[in-house]
Design a protein around this ligand. Sequence first.
Ligand SMILES: [Zn+2]
Length: 287
Amino acid sequence: MRRDRVADDIYTFTSDLYAQVTAGVILTSEGTIVIDTLPFPEETREMIAFIRRRGHGSVRYVINTHHHSDHTNGTYLFPEAEVLAHSLCREALQKWGQKNLADAKRQTPGLAEVEIRLPNVVFEHDTYIHLGAHSLHITALPGHTNNCIGALVEGDKILFAGDAMLPVPYFVWGSPEDSARSLRRIRELKPESVLQGHGQLLLRGELAYEIESSLHYLECVQERVQRLVQQGAPESALLDIDIESCGKSRVPLDGLVRYLHRENLFALYSRLKGEGAQEEAQESPVV
Ligand SMILES: [Zn+2]
């Protein structure tokens, strides 16, 4: 696990066990705010050990940026905290959490002790946390899922974007239209830096380019898949649309982005063909 200091009392953590999942910790004089947890209990426990060494008082809030297990698996390790999320995140965890977790435990012994902890403070569009010297503006950023949110630390202008910002937009549980709207919303928030749900912290100089390139990607995949569907091409024709031809590199997240890209294409194809496979897809989050 990697830890980086991104402002005076703000730290980011990155999993090296699974898909470079990120989490954040904000230390304040009145307690700590945790933004997402890491996939494996041992990694979230390392975060907790750090908070015990460096923090003041207990963890007051855990924010779940969306319901996917790679970000929420460690929430149960903070029994003292309020868990804050979008109301649809609570609904999704109620609906799919236990089943997804049972499936994951069968495949991954390291998750044996994980339990579902449901968010107990929910909101719809925007909400705020004021703790110690820090204020967070928490806002809906749907697209990757319908329940994605981001948390902007107001003074430092660091946005914890969850999976609303990824090296390649990934929308099989949401929609490309919402993803594009949320990217524009991120631009409007004018952050100085953005922590993506997976991968690196984006600095101000990189941000405008990354948002542009993701918006271009979303348009490109929609256009290309639509054309194939209109031509009556078979699903296998999707494999000819490579990620570079839509302006994105195949390198980030140790190459996982190629898989995300392919999943995007297949999801769009079945949507345009009117085969809504979304409910099924909810059952196997990858990123
Ligand atoms: Zn996700």
